[in-house]
Design a protein around this ligand. Structure first.
Ligand SMILES: *Cc1c(COP(=O)(O)O)cnc(C)c1O
Length: 354
């Protein structure tokens, strides 16, 4: 158990009436604790949200040792505050930490820190349909040194930002660009972790896709450039000839919590679910023969994001005629129903923050 010291602000911020953009407004408080080699994690505390000061030689600025997570707090119609499968974020944080040589955070401490800071700022969890409080736990390396080695000092922080309804005007299908030049990650690298460098590596392709009129990038494997991996910050699913198919976890894609929930729900509904390699040719063939029935991304931000169009070089695959497919809709309704406390929770995924 962490002994968290709580200092509350005497100058609370103004909560937005309407949340216009993602991740630009922060709540009144933050969690912070430090790590020093030989001491371990220490001084856990919740303080008024504030900027931090770092030496220009802090290792995070030079060698990128970082871990981040993303999860949400939801306000139910009963005014209770819920979170979803938080123990999975705690586990995944340590998968990232291990790969990046960052010291582990005991899972129960991670969970306790997140729950405590959400609870302090629980009034910041918005009420409107589809809104939530986005929670960003993260670690950075802070040792002041330019030699390349694992840092001896770190900061673990949790900050929070109210998040608007992702789909203000219903579940609109997105258009996706399958990237054939840049790659995001390779097996043996850090593609399976949540770390800043993976995002830095993705920006050039993202800009290319935007310019061509597509909103997100779908990555291919870094070796053969042939097999589907994942979208920017979402895992990807297809419904091909009645079966649910998603790329297997192979070391270069992120193991999404929404991905896992989608697989478990589909199996519980008696659907065939395949985790395997899917080549881009297979998709093009399936689209041509009318067997590509649905395509959707999964992730904490959008939950389920239907895909209306996939482009690979000269092939443009149109899916679902601009509409969300029935499996995508059922998954969206079920997962959000569990998250907001509208539906029963047979899987035990929902936790109440009190
Ligand atoms: C966070 C993330 C996802 C989605 O994971 P969830 O746990 O479902 O939010 C997928 N891909 C990448 C690269 C990510 O960073």
């Amino acid at each position: 158990m962490l002994d968290i010291k709580i200092t509350k602000t005497d100058d609370p911020g103004i909560k937005p009436e309407k949340i216009e953009s993602f991740g630009r407004i922060f709540t009144d408080h933050m969690f912070i604790m430090e790590y020093d080699e030989g001491i371990g994690w220490h001084d856990p505390r919740i303080e008024p949200y504030h900027p931090i000061s770092l030496d220009p030689s802090a290792m995070i600025f030079h060698y990128g040792q970082s871990m981040f997570e993303g999860c949400k707090a939801y306000r139910g119609e009963d005014d209770k505050i819920y979170m979803f499968r938080l123990e999975r974020n705690a586990e995944r944080a340590n998968i990232t930490n291990d790969r990046l040589c960052i010291p582990r955070i005991p899972e129960e401490d991670f969970i306790q820190a997140v729950e405590a800071v959400v609870n302090v700022d629980r009034d910041w969890v918005p009420k409107e349909e589809g809104t939530s409080l986005y929670v960003r736990p993260f670690v950075i390396a802070t040792e002041e040194a330019l030699g390349v080695h694992a840092s001896a000092r770190y900061l673990f922080m949790v900050i929070m930002s109210p998040s608007g309804a992702y789909y203000a005007s219903g579940l609109k299908p997105v258009d996706i660009w399958i990237e054939d030049d840049y790659v995001r990650a390779v097996r043996g690298g850090m593609g399976f972790t949540k770390t800043g460098g993976n995002y830095a590596a993705s920006l050039a392709a993202q800009e290319k896709a935007y310019k061509a009129g597509y909103s997100q990038v779908l990555w291919l494997d870094g070796v053969e450039r042939k097999y589907i991996e994942e979208v920017g910050a979402m895992n990807i699913f297809f419904k091909i000839d009645g079966k649910i198919v998603t790329p297997m976890l192979n070391g270069s894609i992120l193991s999404g919590i929404t991905r896992n929930s989608t697989i478990e729900l589909c199996k519980s509904w008696g659907m065939d679910v395949e985790e395997r390699k899917i080549s881009v040719e297979e998709l093009i063939e399936a689209a041509k023969s009318g067997k590509l029935e649905e395509c959707f991304g999964t992730g904490t931000a959008a939950v389920i994001s239907p895909v209306g169009k996939l482009r690979f070089e000269d092939d443009v695959m149109e899916i679902g005629g601009g509409e969300i497919g029935p499996v995508s809709q059922k998954l969206y309704d079920t997962i959000t129903g569990i998250q907001y406390g509208r539906l029963p929770d047979p899987m035990g995924w929902r936790i109440e923050i009190k």
